[in-house]
Design a protein around this ligand. Structure first.
Ligand code: HEM
Length: 412
């Protein structure tokens, strides 16, 4: 106990916050981008998660502390704030949602090995996959996120794509998605999945096709319908997917780059209007793809589509669950259980060891010393990453005891 109290007198930890704002590069076409410096960075392999170190200022010196997770939780939180800023200026919510979905949606539950099974592994950053027909236009989403990726080197692409997507849903008024992080990135383009794993918008038999594709990902009818509700956001552009009108009264003035055809009137607001609109089909200016229409035609899909058209809360609840599940498909997490960015301490995260401030600050505490400190904190109901509340009464008692002991020594 005495060692604990005495250590409180030592200097406290200061962590450096990275708050520098970045400036966004102007939009470039893929061809001009190819010749630029950005391209070389855009398609560069992610450095290995292993052996990555981040510096943290502790006490008087900067001490490298080993990172055990694929992404740094603090950097992810800062990246989330930067994504919010990006959304405010670029109105790119829909394309970021589509980016996250297309990275994850290549998952094949019948393949066990990572990364051959596909899924949320950051492979969509590579040119070879961006060139798949289904991904037309997504290079623009990558370009928007690239400055954030460069700013936060300890955030993986796989996490960044899913973070951007979930943030976009939440920022447009959608539900809070129970996300976890720690996705490991594939390291090279040879690890990208083959073309053809994502759904077509106009297959001969839309219901059977949706089931083929989504069941392969391990998703069910309810999840197919709920996730299709993401089309409440965004537009389809004939020059990208081949679907939709070049512009409508709802898209000709933007926001963001004008044009395309939206599924809903307010295509930057996440609500259940997608289900209402595709059910009614009253407005020529709103898009209904064959794979949207089938949600009210197939008996099993229809149960959910009708429910979501009536009850936005039910849609939000099912959407949030399905989106979180989608975002985890095929992902390899480090730590294996992943971690959350929200209030509760991140699950599976190594202890921060604020208690390290009690060391000289020159080197990492030994495991034995950590155990000793951990045990001392736990004995009084604390933890090494949370300093204990000051216990003045206890301190006074210790001072009195020391004084009494010294007095008795002097008297003898
Ligand atoms: C059910 C099968 C699906 C099909 C056939 C499909 C097809 C399409 C097509 C053709 C586009 C237009 C792309 C363009 O021209 O730029 C699009 C856009 C979009 N999709 Fe899907 N999609 C499906 C499922 C999903 C899912 C599961 C999500 C998300 C969870 C999603 C989110 C989006 C978003 C947000 C956009 C708008 C992108 C933008 O405005 O840039 N889609 N989808």
């Amino acid at each position: 106990m005495a060692s604990l109290s005495a250590t409180r007198l030592l200097p406290s930890v200061t962590t450096s916050a990275s708050a520098t704002r970045f400036s966004y590069r102007s939009a470039l076409s893929l061809s001009s981008l190819r010749s630029s410096l950005l391209l070389s960075r855009l398609f560069l392999p992610q450095k290995s998660a292993l052996g990555r170190f981040s510096s943290r200022r502790i006490g008087y010196s900067t001490v490298p502390s080993p990172k055990c997770s694929a992404s740094d939780p603090d950097q992810l939180k800062s990246a989330r704030e930067d994504i919010k800023e990006l959304l405010k200026t670029k109105y790119c919510h829909p394309i970021l949602v589509r980016l996250g979905w297309h990275d994850a949606g290549t998952y094949n539950k019948n393949i066990e090995e990572w990364p051959q099974r596909g899924g949320a592994n950051g492979s969509l950053r590579f040119e070879v996959e961006l060139k798949h027909g289904a991904n037309a236009g997504l290079v623009n989403a990558l370009k928007l996120l690239q400055p954030i990726k460069e700013k936060y080197s300890n955030v993986t692409y796989a996490d960044l794509f899913q973070l951007a997507s979930a943030t976009a849903i939440e920022e447009t008024g959608g539900p809070k998605i129970p996300m976890k992080y720690g996705r490991v990135d594939v390291s090279g383009p040879e690890q990208c999945p083959e073309e053809g794993r994502l759904p077509d918008a106009g297959p001969p038999s839309p219901a059977a096709h949706l089931r083929d594709v989504f069941y392969r990902m391990g998703l069910n009818d309810k999840e197919i319908v709920a996730l299709s509700g993401a089309h409440t956001l965004g537009r389809s552009r004939p020059d990208r997917s081949g679907w939709g009108k070049p512009e409508t009264k709802y898209t000709k003035d933007g926001p963001g780059a004008p044009g395309g055809q939206s599924w809903t009137v307010q295509w930057l607001k996440f609500d259940n209007s997608y289900f209402k609109d595709i059910k009614e089909r009253r407005d020529e200016d709103l898009l209904v793809l064959p794979t949207d229409a089938v949600l009210f035609e197939d008996p099993s899909f229809k149960v959910y589509a009708e429910k979501y058209a009536e009850d936005q809360d039910a849609f939000f609840k099912d959407y949030a669950e399905a989106h979180a599940k989608l975002s985890n498909l095929g992902a390899k997490f480090d730590p294996p259980e992943g971690f959350s960015l929200d209030d509760s301490p991140p699950k599976g995260q190594p202890e921060k060891f604020v208690a390290a401030k009690y060391s000289t600050g020159r080197r990492e505490l030994s495991e034995a010393m950590k155990q000793k400190i951990r045990a001392e904190y736990q004995a009084v109901g604390g933890s090494p990453d949370k300093p204990l509340q000051s216990n003045y009464f206890l301190n006074i008692m210790i001072v009195i005891a020391v004084l009494a002991y010294l007095t008795s020594l002097v008297m003898n």
